[in-house]
Structures are given as C-alpha cells and as structure tokens.
Write a protein that binds this ligand. Structure first.
Ligand code: COA
Length: 384
C-alpha cells in the first residue's frame, strides 16, 4: 500500500485505534466507565487490588482469587539489589523521580525472560511492575531525602504499603481510603497517550516491561501526567482567594495554559475531578489544611469562569489533575511525587491494555503523508 495517506488527522483526534473492554470515556456526557462500572463506584468501594483484578480478568475476584493476587503482589514487592543500586546511583545525581522510576522499571527485566511475549511471561512481568512501582517510588523518595528505604510490610495492601514505605509508619484508614480512591480513579482511561504508547510497543510482540517503560515516558510530559505539580504551584502562588482573578488573568494574558484545566476528550467537567474533589473534601475535613481546600475551590471557580471568557466555546473545564494535586498534597506527598503516583495507579491500565493487545491486537503501524520535496539533485560535498 502506498505511504500517501489520505485524511491526515493531527493528534489522531477522534481516530479509533483499538477495541477495548477496559474503559469508556464519554467526553460529551462527562462519564467514565471502567470494566462496566461507573468510576465513582470503583473509586468509593473497591480496593486497588480488586480494580487490578477486574482490569486483568474482566470479572470481580472472589475471596480466594483476591487473596492469591494480594499474595502474588506481596512476594514481588521487595526490590532486588540491582534495582536498589540503580536508585542509589540516580539519587546521588539528583535525578527526577519519574526518570528514576523509568530507569528502575527497566531492571524488572533482569528477573524475567524479557523478550518473550507469551501470556505467562507477560503476566509475570505485569505482576512484577505493578507490585514494584510503589516500592521504587517510595525508596527513591527516601534516598533523595537522605534516608534509607523502608521494606514493604507483607501484612499491608498495595495502597497502605505505598504510604508505609514512604513514611515508615502504618497509615490511618482515612489516608489509605483516600489513596485507594485516587489509584482506582486513574487506573484506566481509554486510549490516552501513555496507554497508546504501551499498546504500540507490545503490538510489535515486544515485552511488557518495554511497553511500561515507554508508557512512563509518555506519561511524564506536562500535557499528560505532568500537570498536577504545576496546578498546585498556581494555588500556592495565588495564596489568597482575592488574588485569584488577577494572577490567572495575567497568565492567560501571557498566553499561558492553566494547568489542571482542559481535556482532549472531556468538553464538560471530568468526572474524575468530582470523585477526587469529594475524596479531598473528606481528607481535608478530617485531617488537613481546610483553608487550602477553600482556596483551591475559589481558584477552580475563577479559572473556569476566566477560561470561558478568554477561550469561549472551547469547553475548558477542570480536569483530573487539579484535584489530584490537592488530594495527594493532603496525603503528605510532595509535588515531585505526583506524576510517579499517577503511574502507580495507571500501570494497572497499561498492563491490562498490553494483555488485550497481545490477545487480539494487530501490529500498530499507521501511515504518514509525505510533504517533503521530490526529485532533488545530489550536490557533491565541494559544491555545497
Ligand atoms: N488553559 C488555557 N487555554 C487552554 C487550556 C488551558 N488549560 N487548554 C486548552 N486551551 C486552549 C488552547 O490554547 C486552544 O486555544 P486556541 O483555540 O485559541 O488555539 C484551545 O483551548 C483548544 O486547545 P487544544 O490545544 O486544541 O486542546 P487539546 O485537546 O490539544 O489539549 C490539553 C488538551 C489537556 C493538552 C490542554 O487542555 C492543556 O494543555 N491543559 C493544561 C495541561 C493539563 O492540565 N493537562 C492534564 C490533562 S488531564
């Protein structure tokens, strides 16, 4: 077939590139369905392990199946020496946590076949990366802070272990529920850029660790998973509610984008923003800086109103990142951990999409439209 494509769609906007049973994003209605459940229900009721099982097996686990999954993750949570050595080296260079997570994820291949795409190898890779993400991020944060990593506690679940390994203390129930709500809310979200990247890589029958490393690279960018840190920075910069309008107008006047607002698919409010707003409200009311929460609400109201004024008709609303920032800050996480924590949740979706791609998918190989020159004349070096 000729490489001359017709109907070039910049950014592949509106192009359907996969069939999936994993999640459905309805951008007009502002709805997100994950494995048949509204995201609100999974966020409120499920543990992260239950959502992971649902994504991997398209069914709710019974008690035995859930216990087996928890045990399998628990066994794989501790970091091998090679991973820890790499994290120590990265910390001594002060590498950003997302870079450290990307590099450390590569070491998961040391314990596996690495190149075999068969189902068992892919499942083993998936278990290892999902189990180790929180351990890697928490260990790295402690190393950056000049502290020794804390080993995982086999009695704790996935979300609780993450907070435990970060802080060295068993977290309270409210914090665990808030983190679980967050991880479940971001676990899968249609064919977003990082998920697409993972599917492209695995579609070549490459291994699942490579796919997850590629997905991490896509997630890191500020137009995808890198927005919550800057979103919170703006709230801090504003500082007091009466300054919101002036600060935001100045940014918009300079042509800057307001982080935490706008979405390629949602033209109404991102349903995940509501789920996380409710979780943040609970968290801040029980144990947090309520003034900051109130300020953030005011910043959000002002931003949405100004975006309608400055960019009429674009449907720019609050996205998931705005309340992610508030919730994770309320859990005591520093801004540099926001995107890695997004990855701790989203790796569930990446791995599930890899399984789907391996089972049913075809090599992903779109076309490009050549817009360069033709029939150029070769000029010898001396004449250039
Ligand atoms: N602040 C100000 N203006 C914004 C904006 C924002 N957050 N998001 C989009 N716009 C504007 C664009 O400048 C563009 O204006 P124009 O028509 O005058 O050129 C218009 O709205 C459409 O934007 P476009 O770039 O086509 O939308 P997109 O679908 O490519 O972008 C995002 C989606 C998410 C990349 C974009 O909204 C954005 O950059 N948001 C901020 C970063 C963020 O929060 N990312 C996390 C996403 S979950």
């Amino acid at each position: 077939m000729s490489e001359r494509g017709s109907g070039f769609v910049p950014g592949l906007e509106g192009v359907v590139a996969a069939e999936t049973r994993l999640s459905h994003v309805d951008g007009e209605a502002g709805e997100l369905v994950v494995t048949g459940f509204p995201v609100e229900e999974l966020a409120r009721r499920a543990t992260f392990e239950e959502v992971l099982y649902l994504l991997w097996h398209d069914a709710l686990p019974n008690a035995g199946e859930l216990a087996d999954l928890r045990e399998a993750l628990s066994q794989r949570r501790p970091l091998p020496g090679a991973t820890l050595d790499l994290l120590r080296a990265a910390a001594s260079e002060g590498a950003p946590p997302m870079d450290a997570l990307r590099m450390a994820t590569g070491t998961v291949s040391l314990g596996t076949q690495g190149t075999s795409p068969d189902t068992d190898a892919a499942y083993e890779d998936a278990l290892a990366v999902v189990a180790r993400f929180p351990t890697i991020v928490a260990a790295y944060k402690r190393l950056l802070d000049g502290e020794e990593p804390v080993a995982p506690d086999p009695r704790l679940g996935h979300a609780a272990n993450y907070l435990y390994m970060l802080n060295g203390e068993v977290p309270g129930e409210g914090s665990v529920r808030a983190l679980e709500t967050y991880l479940n809310t971001v676990a899968d979200h249609g064919l977003n850029a990082s998920t697409f990247a993972a599917r492209v890589i695995v579609s070549t029958r490459s291994d699942l660790v490579s796919a997850v490393v590629g997905a991490l690279g896509a997630l890191k960018g500020p137009l995808h998973g890198g927005a919550p840190g800057p979103a919170l920075d703006v709230v801090f910069e504003i500082g007091e509610a009466h300054r919101a309008e002036a600060v935001l107008c100045e940014k918009l006047g300079r042509g800057e984008r307001l982080m935490g607002f706008g979405h390629r698919v949602y033209k109404v409010r991102d349903p995940r923003a509501d789920v996380l707003a409710t979780a943040a409200e609970l968290l801040y009311a029980s144990d947090g800086d309520e003034a900051l929460y109130e300020l953030a609400l005011e910043v959000e109201r002002t931003a949405v109103a100004l975006l309608a004024e400055y960019k009429p008709g674009r449907g720019l609303q609050t996205n998931v990142e705005f309340y992610t920032a508030l919730l994770l800050h309320g859990l005591g996480l520093s801004t540099e951990l926001f995107t890695p924590t997004f990855a701790v949740g989203r790796v569930a979706g990446w791995t599930a999409h890899c399984f789907e791609q391996l089972e049913r998918g075809r090599l992903i190989r779109p076309q490009s439209e050549y817009v360069g020159e033709r029939d150029r004349e070769w000029v010898p070096m001396g004449d250039r």
